[in-house]
Design a binder for this molecule. Structure first.
Ligand code: CAO
Length: 418
């Protein structure tokens, strides 16, 4: 028996770009047989987007499609659609993230798919949910961050709404979809029936921006948000403002400069003033007198002078690198971390040891780095492999579906498959 948790689950990966592929890639890591269905001409658009080596599949593609098989097929031809329908009949899950209406235009509506295989679970990503008046829009990452509340709450109060570097719209939506698909598998195991699982990018972003909806309601009740830098000296409007680098919960925090910040854009730490650890924090940064001083002793007393306090901590940090600072502060149980660049993360030996960053062998390319599974299991270790070349498994998948060599040759000649 395979040690892979999702062994035996067959997934049709009818997805492109990032949101859908992130979901199906994780299903593949966990042991599902994921068949990526792609257009014969070019395949997933990310194969040739932002290439670092001419004519080779871009990292954008390889980093989101590892451990999958590729079937290159034109599903808009009658023969191609027939192949797709055969595949649907024997699969457990189909995931798509095309523009609204594209599946219906291809004659592959949810109703039709459900009729073909009532056990199949149909996963769908769109920019907006069905009830939204924007549900006809095409959506990419940053559009979702704008529509889901992330942009309006990120950045500084005197600057424009800002997009996060993390894929809150794309990969985050894919992760939400995966939770939905696995939930539907459990239900199907009990009922025998598949269902449609939909996640919109706007909703998935909003789910991660939950605490800002908390803040909106608090603001409407009391007129201010005490943990934001605007309090108590600045003004609040009627919507949650951008709070810069303030801590999102009850513990104030800020990004602070360390030694070398003048030339190194990442010579910073994130420093949190944890209420229950104030005494040790004050001692750690060389201000033991703040422990008894009524102007500093409680969070409420500190808030009006919080930026001055952070300024004092920066003076203490001036002769320490971010790593030295964290090494001292960890002894005092101050919640903190260095701001790490992508270069530092890529080279971090701990990340390699845990398998969170892995070096993968890719046909034609050689090795490259990717982010491995952030989910760790006690009884199973995902084995991250390379991504398939376009159509690499076309003949193999067709043969599994019962096509003989002659049929396969004809499909190639008709340019139905590649
Ligand atoms: N054979 C034949 N046709 C195929 C095919 C195949 N194997 N695979 C895809 N196609 C067709 C589709 O049917 C579609 O045809 P129509 O436009 O005639 O219906 C066409 O290829 C292009 O589909 P698309 O959805 O990729 O369209 P796009 O490139 O114009 O839009 C995107 C891309 C991402 C904006 C849109 O897919 C979208 O809004 N998706 C939902 C939200 C989403 O997931 N966005 C995140 C992407 S990650 O940033």
């Amino acid at each position: 028996m395979s040690d892979k948790p999702l062994a035996g689950i067959k997934v049709i990966d009818f997805t492109g770009v990032q949101a859908g592929p992130a979901c199906t890639q994780m299903l593949a890591w966990f042991g599902a047989d994921v068949i990526k269905v792609e257009r014969p001409q070019g395949g997933d658009v990310t194969r040739n987007q932002l290439r670092d080596i001419p004519d080779l599949d871009a990292l954008y593609f390889t980093m989101l499609n590892s451990n999958k098989r590729s079937l290159a097929i034109n599903t808009k031809t009658p023969e191609g659609k027939e192949v797709m329908e055969k595949l649907i009949r024997e699969s457990d899950i189909l995931v798509e993230n095309f523009a609204p209406g594209a599946m219906d235009r291809m004659g592959l509506s949810w109703e039709h798919i459900h009729e073909l295989n009532p056990r199949l679970i149909f996963g769908s990503v769109k920019g907006f949910n069905d009830d939204s008046s924007w549900n006809d829009l095409k959506v990419y990452e940053n559009v979702a961050q704008a529509a889901g509340g992330a942009a309006s709450t990120t950045g500084f109060w005197d600057g424009p709404p800002t997009i996060s570097g993390s894929a809150l719209g794309d990969s985050n939506t894919g992760m939400h979809l995966m939770i939905g698909l696995l939930t539907a598998i459990i239900q199907r195991n009990a009922t025998g029936l598949g269902q449609k699982v939909s996640v919109s990018m706007q909703d998935a972003v909003l789910n991660l921006t939950r605490v800002k909806l908390r803040d909106q309601q608090r603001l409407e009740k009391v007129g201010y948000l005490e943990e934001y830098p605007q309090y108590p000296h600045g003004e609040f409007g009627d919507a949650v403002p951008r709070g810069g680098n303030a801590g999102g919960g009850g513990q104030p925090g800020w990004i602070l400069k360390c030694k070398g910040w003048e030339t190194d854009p990442n010579a910073y730490i994130y420093f949190t003033i944890q209420e229950q650890n104030w005494k040790r924090t004050a001692e750690a940064i060389g201000h033991p007198e703040w422990v008894e001083d009524p102007d500093y002793t409680s969070a409420r007393a500190r808030q009006p002078r919080i930026m001055e306090i952070f300024g004092e901590i920066e003076k203490w940090l001036a002769d320490k690198t971010k790593y030295e600072a964290v090494d001292i502060l960890r002894e005092w149980e101050v919640p903190c971390a260095p701001v790490l660049s992508m270069k530092e993360l890529a080279e971090d030996p701990d990340m390699r040891k845990s398998g969170t960053i892995v070096e993968v062998e890719q046909k034609e390319r050689g090795t490259y780095l990717t982010v491995g599974s952030p989910v760790k299991f006690s009884g199973f270790k995902p084995d991250i492999k390379g991504a398939p070349l376009l159509g690499e498994h076309t003949d193999e998948v067709l043969a599994d579906l019962g096509y003989d060599a002659d049929d396969i040759r004809k499909l190639h000649e008709g340019q139905v498959v590649a």
